[in-house]
Write a protein that binds this ligand. Structure first.
Ligand SMILES: [Zn+2]
Length: 217
């Protein structure tokens, strides 16, 4: 195993364990991937992920067309969702898909997370929009996600969960956590009164564009 492969596999394992320990996924759901620089290939968590015991040998090496290049575990069937993002966004190095509870609740009632705190603009690039419903395990869901993603890094997948992409695994983990936290704060504050939406100031947008955006070349 080359140093690069080793590093990328560990990145996937670390991202996967991070979202599991944050309660954003349960055993057997969600997936984490990283693309291989300059190749149309990725490393992705296996189907039915066992987060606690996962090692780098469980991570699956896959071509964008779905051809499996590693032996052993089979790839997550939701790899097409990840490939759709990588193909459209050269700057996206890592993709995480979760079923985190508060964000998924909002996805079920098809409510987006409006901009309620400034950090949403800095890290996510704006609101957590909601995609049209796409069939899981098909390219359909990836295309629908991409359409609603706009220039942001995060999307609520209708009646399904969350998708985020980042320039690094650390960014992607941060975004997956942030979407869930914002969904919880939005839901909680809605119980007290109507949440006040704030504006997406250009200074915050600038910060996003230079540090976290995955949109564009
Ligand atoms: Zn899913």
């Amino acid at each position: 195993m080359s140093n690069l492969e080793d590093h990328l596999r560990m990145d996937v394992v670390n991202g996967a364990k991070a979202i599991f320990h944050k309660g954003l996924v349960d055993v057997g759901e969600g997936n984490v991937s990283t693309r291989i620089p300059k190749e149309e290939e990725l490393f992705i968590t296996p189907t039915f992920s066992q987060y606690e015991t996962m090692t780098k040998d469980d991570v699956v090496h896959l071509k964008f067309d779905g051809t499996q290049l590693s032996k052993g575990r089979r790839a997550s069937t939701e790899y097409r969702l990840h490939v759709a993002i990588y193909k459209a966004r050269p700057k996206a190095k890592c993709v995480i898909h979760t079923h985190s509870p508060y964000a998924t609740m909002l996805s079920v009632v098809r409510k987006k997370i409006p901009v309620i705190l400034e950090e949403m603009v800095v890290f996510l690039g704006g609101p957590g929009n909601i995609s049209e419903f796409g069939r899981a395990h098909t390219y359909d869901i990836g295309e629908k996600a991409l359409k609603s993603l706009g220039k942001t890094n995060a999307i609520l997948l209708a009646n399904h969960g969350v998708l985020v992409c980042g320039r690094t695994m650390e960014h992607a983990v941060k975004m997956a956590e942030l979407v869930e936290k914002m969904a919880m704060i939005y839901w909680g504050s809605s119980q007290i009164a109507e949440p006040v939406i704030i504006s997406e100031e250009s200074r915050l947008k600038k910060d996003f564009d230079s540090n976290f955006s995955t949109y564009g070349k």
